[in-house]
Each structure stands twice: as C-alpha cells, then as structure tokens.
Design a protein around this ligand. Structure first.
Ligand code: ADP
Ligand code: MG
Length: 446
C-alpha cells in the first residue's frame, strides 16, 4: 500500500469508531507525511497537534500497527500547507472505482458521488425520493420549498446533493448553490467581521444569484440572530423569483428550537418529507450497490450478515462494511462470512447500538427513572403507561419488531394493546413537543 492509500485506510477505520463531529474536527485534515523505520510522520493543522498526541495516539497507533503489521511510533508535525477549512464536509465513505476523488466540486460544493443512480429507494424514503426527483426535473416549478428531515446518517446529504448534481448535468446554465447551515452562518460572520462592505455585498450577491439553493442541515442557523435575518431575506428574494429552495434538517421545522417563527412558517409553506430507518432488505441492497460500484469481491452472505447486524443508520452500516473491507485488504485476506463475523464482533456499533427490545426497555427506564420490571408489570398509573407506550412505539419504529413480539417482551401483553399504545404515541406526537423531545433523546442512545 502506498502512503496515501494507507492513510486513507487508517482514516476510514477511525471514522467508524469516532463520532462524525470528532472525526471532522481532528482527523479530516491529517496526512501521512512519511513512514520509515517504524516512525510514522503525521501532518496535521496546528490546532489539532496536541489533541491528537494526547487523546488519540493509542487509537491511531492501533489501527496503523494493524495495517502495517509492525509496531510504529507516531510523530505529529504541524503542516502549514494544510488549509483549515472548518466547513469541509466529510463526503461519501465509498468511492466508485472510476472516481478516485473525495473532493467536492469547487464551484458548486457538490460531491459527484451523490447521485440518484446510487440512491436505493425503499419504503423508508420513497416519498422523499419522489419529491427530490420531481424537483430535479423541474426546479422551482413543483415543490417549493422542499423541506427534508431525518435523523443522522439516513441520506439527506446524499439526496439534496443528488438534486444539485442532476440539475447541473441537465441544465448547466442554472446556478446551483449548495451550502450547509453552518457554512452559511460562518461565511456571513466572516463577511460582517471583515467590516468590508463589498465583501458583505458579494456574500449577498452570491446567494441571491442562485437558481437552485440547497441548504443542508439548516437547523444550525437557529438561535443566531444576524444569520436568521440574512437567511430570511435571501429566502424571500429567491422564493419570490420562483427559484428552487431545498432544505434539510435533523427534525421538522416546528421542532427546531430557537428558530424564528417567520422562518419556521416559511419552511412549512411547501413540501415536507422525512426519511426513516431502512429495513433489512434496503440495508442489504445499499451494501450490494456499494460493493459493486467499488468493484469489491464480497459474497452476499457476508453482506447480509452486516446488514442484519448494523441497524442504527446507513452511515454506520457503510462504516462497518468499510471496516471489514479495509481490514481484509490490510491482512491480504479474502472477505468471507467468517471474517465479517470476526471483525464485527469487535465493532462498537454492532455491540452497543444494536436495537434490541432489552436495550429499548433499558433506555426508556433510564430516561423515565423506572425499573424494567415496572414496565413489564401489570400496573398502569399514568406515568408508567406512557413510558410503556413509548417503549412500544420505539420497538415498532426503531426496532421494526412485530406487535406480538413487543407484547411478549412487555410482560405478555396482547398485540392489540401494543397497537393501541403505538397509535397513542403517534397521535400525541404532532401536538406534543415535550414528548417529541423525550423520544428524540431516547432514540439518540441508539
Ligand atoms: P445524512 O445527511 O442524513 O446524515 P448522508 O446523506 O450523509 O446522511 O448518508 C450517509 C451515508 O449513507 C452516505 O454515504 C450515503 O451515500 C449513504 N446513503 C444514505 N441513504 C442511502 C440510500 N438510500 N442509498 C444508498 N446510499 C445511501
Ligand atoms: Mg448530512
């Protein structure tokens, strides 16, 4: 393996074990400068050096040693050639054989890998997909604005960028601008801070000149006064001239706290769709697609095993798969079901994040300060009944468990009781912010 590939592999493995925020902050900009006589020189931005040395030395070493089959010593060097770009997105984990770049296109900020062609459609995302493709056909004409929300790792960035990529291909004259809520806020703040009027003017002109404005993770602008003000005016200017606006967020507009009412109501003024967790078949289809595109040799049984084990979200699913692929490549072994089993056996996600009825009961009990045996027991005071219904709801939505089975693990309750419980929560959710927040917190444990 050459330096670049080796480091890419190291990062890919680390990415699986670290949260996206940590990975993005400390690791994305690192490079392997050299590896000689067991000394690995790692280039990093100056702000990251101490942290990497103190906090992540052992973790990096473990992965590197495993791949190089030798004991290495790590030396971190500040690399001034690294341009710190705090808005840089992580981009796709898997890159098809014929496109070896992981960089977004400069002008539009879009990753070419995020296309409709490699987006698997299932019952979890078919509405969102249909709306997105209609928009890509006729930007500004059908659904405007389009607000897409889901939990993390379920394909929002992929889909919003697919819209941009298709429009750019079809109508190269249309100006597509992709930004994240975070980069919009940062760019604006930089422009204001510079005190340079022409810079603020340029900022304004850039966004208001868009034919298609794609804003990913818009929730980030909430709570920021100047940013929301500017956003509101940009939104209106574009909307009034019938330019297409697409927004994504980790939750529906009315649940974004500290989002100004005038923005929230604009966001709700068009089409809203969400995406849910994919079922087993969709998960397996996604991995098969990634395998075929990257021209990897992985038997279906190994793929199906991974798809069965990782249920938390699609990014985790891809991460676990990538971990198996890179470990096998590092060891020079073929990928088999046994190897997948072995590696996933050590995977944190497969261990901790697995959605089981037991874990759902545990997490619900932790949240509401109850005992599992209360939840399973016959008593029905109001607070217990609600917690029990939340558990039913989560087993149904997160765990995709059959009603009868849910009844069974909750102390032998009838499946109709479970159905009513789930419906009760579903009916309460739209009007009950507090309950929505409670469920979100519990869900975030998975
Ligand atoms: P989000 O923006 O919702 O956090 P991403 O769009 O970053 O999620 O998706 C995470 C990963 O999962 C990406 O690599 C993406 O390509 C992949 N992915 C998500 N949904 C699908 C899908 N339906 N088909 C294929 N790949 C998908
Ligand atoms: Mg995203």
């Amino acid at each position: 393996m050459n330096k670049t590939t080796l480091w890419k592999t190291v990062l890919a493995q680390l990415q699986v074990d670290l949260s996206p925020a940590i990975f993005k902050t400390w690791f994305v900009q690192t490079k392997l400068l050299g590896l000689k006589d067991g000394i690995a020189e790692i280039g990093c931005p100056s702000y990251a050096k101490n942290r990497l040395e103190e906090r992540y030395y052992a973790q990096i070493k473990k992965v590197l040693d495993g791949l190089t089959k030798q004991k290495n010593e790590l030396v971190f060097k500040v690399d001034t050639s690294i341009k710190v770009d705090k808005n840089k997105d992580l981009g796709p984990l898997f890159i098809p054989e014929n496109q070896k770049t992981r960089e977004p296109e400069r002008q539009s900020g879009l990753f070419p890998q995020y296309t409709f062609a490699n987006f698997i459609v299932g019952s979890n995302n078919n509405l969102a997909h249909a709306v997105a493709s209609a928009i890509a056909e006729k930007p500004g004409k059908v659904y405007n604005p389009f607000f897409l929300h889901s939990r993390v790792g379920l394909g929002k960035t992929h889909l919003i960028q697919a819209i941009g990529n298709r429009i750019r291909k079809r109508s190269p004259r249309l100006k597509v601008i992709y930004c994240t809520g975070e980069s919009f806020a940062n760019e604006l703040i930089d422009a204001i801070r510079s005190g340079d009027r022409s810079r603020s003017g340029k900022f304004r002109k850039k966004f208001r000149g868009a034919d298609v404005w794609l804003i990913d993770d818009v929730q980030f602008i909430a709570g920021r006064e100047a940013t929301q003000e500017e956003f509101f005016h940009t939104f209106n200017a574009l909307y009034l001239s019938q330019k297409q606006i697409v927004l994504t967020s980790d939750r529906p507009p009315r649940e974004i706290s500290k989002l100004e009412e005038r923005l929230s109501s604009r966001f709700q003024g068009g089409m809203i769709a969400d995406m849910q967790l994919p079922d087993l078949d969709v998960r397996a289809a996604i991995l098969r697609l990634k395998r075929d595109q990257a021209k990897l040799d992985v038997p279906n049984e190994a793929i199906d095993f991974v798809a069965g084990a990782i249920t938390s979200n699609i990014r985790d699913l891809e991460g676990a798969f990538l971990q198996i692929v890179t470990t096998a490549q590092g060891r020079g072994e073929e990928i088999t079901l046994e190897l997948a089993r072995e590696i996933l056996g050590q995977n944190r996600l497969a261990q901790e994040k697995k959605v089981t009825s037991r874990r759902i009961i545990e997490e619900v009990c932790t949240y509401y300060a109850l005992k599992p045996r209360d939840l399973r027991g016959p008593r029905r005071p109001k607070n217990l009944a609600l917690a029990r219904q939340v558990a039913m709801y989560l087993m149904r939505t997160l765990g995709k468990m059959p009603l009868a089975e849910i009844g069974e693990v909750l102390g032998g309750r009838d499946h109709t009781t479970v159905m009513h419980g789930v419906e009760k929560i579903e009916n309460l959710l739209p009007g009950n912010k507090q309950l929505g927040e409670q469920i979100r917190v519990i869900e975030s444990q998975f």
